[in-house]
Design a protein. Structure first.
Length: 417
């Protein structure tokens, strides 16, 4: 199946100058092409090329950047974080993690920053990006379902696949947040179409028991909705939106469940069973996955207490525990880089969240800003259940986008109404 990502990458590259969001959607999952399809350097080469294209276009377009205070703090965080690589008990691993953070996270930050400032693409590239990652989620979901004997990281309907969880996060969140905003004339028809796409993606989430996705989506939606009464928005739009989504989800789930049950498969029952596995009667219990993650968090906390100020160095968690990573970015920073750097990271997140809230206010919750801020919150929340810091590419992509939108002088012009 290696021909699929290669063909998508080649096709998207041809349209880069016109619709870079589609190309970015393919690049976004390029690292999985390395692990799943054994295509060497697919992730690093495609990402480097995309960054170079973006920078060149920005130079020729004379894009002007105003460096904001959070970005200066981001530079400080990057320097101090990478310093922790030099006192790691495993220097090779530490340098690798530092290099991955710079090459992946900062690359996506630059992409979001420059694409959004470009006079042609502006923030609208995010719609192309959302469509591209949705296509990938549906495609790999289908291919993985028909490849149940493989042990690769495709969606295989068993609750064990993790390789494409980020692209599924972004695609589901994109359509859910899009559904929340007013869409003008014939909005019920547009929202119904969006709800169908979201329902199918939600089916994939449930069938694969993506608990982190469910929790992060629910919390991020609650954060967006919590701001509505403060700014005296009409809540009827959100009530209608969730009504359309709920009814569509019921219909789609019933139809897919009937179709799969006819073939002798029951993905929904297996998925729901694992999603609710932590609750048994009135007692809270942990399944194997939950127990393992709780143990990893405890081990990370113990490492932090042994070296609270400087940490043990990048890659030290895996060196001392042999457990890979603690599935929580804050605990990872505390145990490997120390308390000051973890606090600096939290301050960064708070500052970008504050800019996002200001953007929501100034744009009156415009569709593009609602989607970007919602996805930023969702990706950060999910990092507290899974992933390492260098894997936080959605977070840094939307941080760069928020910074560019915040720089836009049109947002600060006096309102005429």
């Amino acid at each position: 199946m290696y021909y699929l990502p290669l063909s998508l990458l080649a096709f998207s590259a041809l349209g880069f100058l016109f619709r870079p969001g589609f190309f970015l959607g393919v690049v976004f999952q390029a690292y999985q092409y390395e692990s799943v399809y054994s295509i060497k350097f697919a992730g690093s080469v495609s990402l480097v090329l995309f960054v170079l294209f973006t920078v060149v276009i920005a130079i020729f377009s004379r894009v002007k950047i105003v460096w904001l205070l959070p970005e200066k703090l981001l530079a400080l965080f990057t320097i101090t974080y990478c310093i922790a690589a030099f006192y790691s008990p495993d220097p090779g691993k530490g340098l690798e993690l530092g290099a991955r953070f710079i090459s992946v996270c900062l690359s996506y930050y630059i992409i979001g920053r420059l694409l959004t400032l470009h006079r042609r693409y502006k923030e609208w590239w995010i719609f192309d990006f959302g469509i591209a990652v949705t296509f990938l989620s549906l495609t790999f979901g289908y291919l993985g379902y028909h490849d149940v004997q493989s042990d690769n990281q495709l969606y295989i309907g068993t609750g064990t696949s993790v390789g494409f969880s980020q692209v599924l996060d972004v695609s589901l969140g994109f359509w859910i947040f899009f559904l929340l905003v007013p869409l003008g004339k014939k909005s019920w028809l547009k929202k119904s179409a969006i709800a169908v796409i979201a329902a199918v993606l939600l089916f994939i989430v449930v069938a694969n028991s993506r608990r982190g996705t469910v929790i992060s989506l629910a919390l991020s939606v609650c954060c967006i909705l919590a701001l509505q009464p403060i700014f005296k928005h009409d809540m009827r739009n959100y009530i209608r939106s969730f009504g359309i989504l709920f009814s569509t989800v019921c219909v789609v789930f019933i139809l897919l469940h009937i179709g799969l049950s006819a073939s002798g498969d029951d993905l929904i029952s297996r998925g729901v069973s694992r999603l609710t596995m932590n609750i048994s009667g009135e007692e809270l219990t942990l399944d194997q996955s939950g127990a393992e993650r709780w143990l990893k968090l405890s081990e990370g906390w113990e490492l932090f207490l042994n070296a609270p100020f400087f940490g043990h160095g990048l890659g030290s968690y895996d060196f001392f525990t042999g457990e890979g990573y603690p599935h929580n970015v804050i605990v990872e920073l505390l145990s490997e880089a120390g308390f000051p750097i973890a606090i600096l990271f939290i301050i960064l997140i708070v500052m970008y969240a504050k800019m996002g809230i200001i953007l929501l206010i100034r744009t009156d919750f415009s569709p593009i800003v609602t989607i970007i801020v919602g996805l930023f919150i969702m990706s950060f929340v999910h990092q507290q259940f899974s992933f390492m810091l260098w894997m936080a590419k959605p977070n840094f992509l939307f941080m760069g986008t928020i910074a560019s939108l915040f720089q836009d002088p049109r947002l600060w012009m006096p309102r005429t109404h």
